[in-house]
Design a protein around this ligand. Structure first.
Ligand code: GLN
Length: 197
């Protein structure tokens, strides 16, 4: 698939911690250039940013250690952000764990480890609005977050067992699951299409 022609610059992948390599691989498979973001200057010219899954407490600390908090918030005002699992926790307005200081990009409260521990990880078919074929995503949930208190600006794009697992707000997308695991690029492709001219 040739998204490279339409995306005018690299897509940043926050590379402090977590599954950033897998996101870069999926984006590469769509023909898009990526850049690992560790320092504020790495955001320069990026057309969007992926905040991967991982461990939100650690990621929150590292964001401050690397002086990325304000640059990430400023970037998100201009450019689309895709957050998955811990990434979605980091994007929230509130988190049920005071050790995580979120960025406030998505108007919702994140509940860490909503589905239980690592051993309770599961894969479930999730229907997504951008695919009118009858093929659901095989969504991988690993210590995934729940969500409550969504603001009116949040659009619930997909649910699983009464939980919102895909949220949209403006040009941002927040997922409870891991679309970078496996080889199905539909979520990344949908996000890319959303911000192309
Ligand atoms: N439970 C983790 C957290 O709260 C997120 C897990 C994940 O990203 N797979 O940070």
């Amino acid at each position: 698939m040739g998204y490279a022609r339409m995306v005018e610059g690299p897509v940043g992948v926050l590379a402090l911690q977590g599954s950033f390599v897998k996101h870069a691989e999926i984006l590469c498979s769509l023909g898009v250039q990526t850049r690992q973001v560790r320092l504020p200057e790495d955001l320069q010219n990026c057309v969007g940013l992926v905040i991967p899954g991982g461990e939100s407490t650690t990621m929150s600390h590292l964001i401050d250690d690397f002086a990325l908090r304000e640059p990430l918030i400023a970037f998100s005002r201009q450019r689309p952000v895709l957050g998955t699992c811990a990434g979605r926790i980091i994007m929230a307005r509130d988190v049920d764990d005071p050790r995580v200081i979120p960025l406030g990009i998505l108007s919702c409260k994140a509940l860490r480890n909503y589905y239980g521990r690592q051993i309770n990880s599961f894969t479930a078919p999730v229907r997504v609005p951008f695919d009118c074929s009858s093929r659901p995503l095989d969504a991988v949930f690993i210590r995934a977050p729940g969500v409550v208190e969504c603001g009116p600006e949040v659009e619930i794009l997909a649910t699983h067992r009464d939980q919102a697992v895909m949220l949209g707000q403006g040009h941002h997308l927040g997922l409870a699951f891991h679309p970078e695991l496996g080889s199905d690029p539909r979520v990344h492709a949908y996000w890319l299409k959303g911000f192309m001219p």
